[in-house]
Design a protein around this ligand. Structure first.
Ligand code: ADP
Length: 393
C-alpha cells in the first residue's frame, strides 16, 4: 500500500479550512453526510434558498451558479472548490484556480463535459469508443443534412449545451419529430440499439491513484427517459464487466480529473462497450454505495478532493436503487403516499431529498434495497416502486 506521507490536506479535519460546493441539491446534501462525519467545514451556494443541502453545511449562500461574479466571490472564501452540477460559470473557476484555489474537477475538464459536442470530440481524439455523430450549429442545418440524405432516421438528437436528465436528448424517427427539436447547436448521434445501459464510477485523486466501483446496470422508464432502477452488480458476464471498467479507467486517465467520474456506457448487442457520456461528480448510479459499499461514492469523492488515499470500492451486499420521482399530473406541496408500508420490507432504506414541491418526474428521493440475492432485491424494488407514490397533497 502506498502511504501519502507528504499529504498537505489532512488539516481539513476539525480545522478552519473550507470546502466549497457549487450546487445544493441532493448530491450536495449526501456529500455533506461525510463532511459532517469528518467535521470538515463546508460552504454551499445554490440559487434556491430552500435547496436540500442548506441544513447540513456550515454556511449557505444563495447565488446564481452561472454568474461570474457570484461564483468568483463565493470561491474566493474557500480552499477547495467542487461542483455537484455541471452548469456553473467555468471562467470564474479558471480565475479561482489561477489564484490558488484547488478547483476539482478542474475547470478545463468541466468545460469539455459541459458541451456534449466537445465531449464527443474528446472521446474521438483519445481513441475512446463512442457512437459516431455529426455536429450542427443549428437545427436548420441538421434539417438540411437530413434532406440531403447525409443523416438518416432514426438518430439521436442531442443539444450541445445544458442537457439534464434526458431533457436535451430525443430519438428522431421522422420529419415531424424534427420540428419538435429545441433551437441551438446540436449533434445527430447514431442510434445504438443497445442490450444494456451500464455505468462505472471512477475516482482519481491528485496523485493519480484511480479506483473503479463495480459495474452497475441502469433500467430506464420506458417513456420519461429517466433511470428507474440501478442494480449492483450488473447482470453481465465477468468479461463484459472487466471491459467496462477498463474503458472507464481509460476515460479517467484521458481526462486526468480529480474526484469522481461517472462513466455511462452502452453494452451493444454485439457485445461492445461504448461511452454514452460522463459526469465529473457524484452520480445517481452510485447512490447504492451509501448502504452497499465499503466506501460510499460521496466519501470517495471527498477523499480525492482533500488529497487523501482512496477507499475500497467493493460491495458488501447486492443492491437495487429505485428513484422516487414526482407522479405525472401532480404539482405542488409533496406527499409521500404509502412510504410507511415499504418500511416493513427487508433491507429497505428510504432517502427523501427535502424538496418541498413535487413536479412530474422530478427526482424527489430514492430507496436502496440491499439483499444477499440481487434478484430478491430487484423484486422488492418493484414492490417499492408500485407502492410509494410521490404526489401533491
Ligand atoms: P442526459 O445527459 O440528459 O442524461 P443522455 O445522453 O444520457 O442524456 O441520454 C439519455 C438517454 O437517452 C440514455 O440514457 C439512453 O437511454 C438514450 N440514448 C442516448 N444516446 C443514445 C444513442 N446513441 N442510442 C440510443 N439511445 C440513446
Amino acid at each position: 500500500m502506498r502511504i501519502f506521507a507528504q499529504s498537505t490536506w489532512m488539516d481539513f479535519f476539525s480545522s478552519d479550512k473550507v470546502l466549497g460546493i457549487l450546487g445544493g441539491g441532493q448530491l450536495g446534501k449526501m456529500l455533506l453526510y461525510t463532511t459532517r462525519q469528518w467535521d470538515v467545514t463546508t460552504y454551499v451556494m445554490d440559487p434556491n434558498p430552500q435547496a436540500p443541502a442548506r441544513l447540513a453545511c456550515n454556511r449557505f449562500v444563495t447565488g446564481d451558479l452561472m454568474d461570474f461574479d457570484q461564483v468568483y466571490q463565493f470561491g474566493k472564501n474557500v480552499d477547495v472548490l467542487t461542483i455537484e452540477i455541471e452548469n456553473v460559470n467555468v471562467e470564474a473557476l479558471k480565475k479561482l484556480a489561477q489564484e490558488g484555489v484547488k478547483v476539482y474537477p478542474q475547470p478545463e475538464v468541466l468545460e469539455i463535459i459541459q458541451n456534449k459536442c466537445r465531449q464527443k470530440n474528446f472521446y474521438k481524439k483519445h481513441g475512446l469508443p463512442t457512437a459516431p455523430f455529426y455536429e450542427f450549429s443549428s437545427v436548420e442545418q441538421l434539417k438540411e443534412a437530413v434532406a440531403k440524405g447525409q443523416v438518416s432516421f432514426p438518430f439521436v438528437w442531442k443539444s450541445a449545451a445544458m442537457g439534464y436528465d434526458g431533457y436535451g436528448v430525443a430519438i428522431v424517427r421522422s420529419n415531424e419529430d424534427l420540428d419538435t427539436l429545441k433551437e441551438g447547436a446540436c449533434m445527430a448521434e447514431e442510434y445504438v440499439p443497445f442490450d444494456k445501459e451500464l455505468a462505472v464510477i471512477v475516482c482519481r485523486n491528485p496523485h493519480g491513484q484511480i479506483t473503479t466501483y463495480p459495474v452497475v446496470e441502469m433500467e430506464f422508464h420506458p417513456t420519461a427517459n429517466q433511470v428507474e432502477y440501478v442494480l449492483c452488480p450488473a447482470r453481465i458476464s465477468v468479461e463484459d464487466a472487466q471491459a467496462a471498467r477498463k474503458v472507464a479507467m481509460k476515460a479517467s486517465e484521458a481526462f486526468g480529473h480529480v474526484g469522481l467520474l461517472a462513466v455511462e456506457l452502452f453494452l451493444t448487442k454485439e457485445g461492445e462497450i461504448i461511452i454514452n457520456e460522463v459526469a465529473p461528480r457524484p452520480h445517481n448510479s452510485g447512490h447504492y454505495t451509501l448502504e452497499a459499499s465499503y466506501t460510499s461514492q460521496f466519501e470517495q469523492h471527498l477523499r480525492a478532493l482533500l488529497d487523501l488515499p482512496l477507499g475500497q470500492t467493493d460491495s458488501k451486499v447486492s443492491a437495487v436503487m429505485v428513484n422516487l420521482v414526482g407522479k405525472a399530473g401532480h404539482q405542488g406541496a409533496v406527499y409521500y403516499k404509502n412510504i410507511d408500508q415499504i418500511m416493513t420490507l427487508e433491507g429497505v432504506n428510504p432517502h427523501i431529498y427535502g424538496k418541498r414541491e413535487t413536479r412530474p418526474f422530478r427526482k424527489m428521493g430514492h430507496v436502496t434495497i440491499v439483499h444477499p440475492k440481487l434478484e430478491t432485491a430487484r423484486t422488492l424494488a418493484a414492490q417499492v416502486k408500485e407502492t410509494v407514490e410521490v404526489i401533491s397533497k
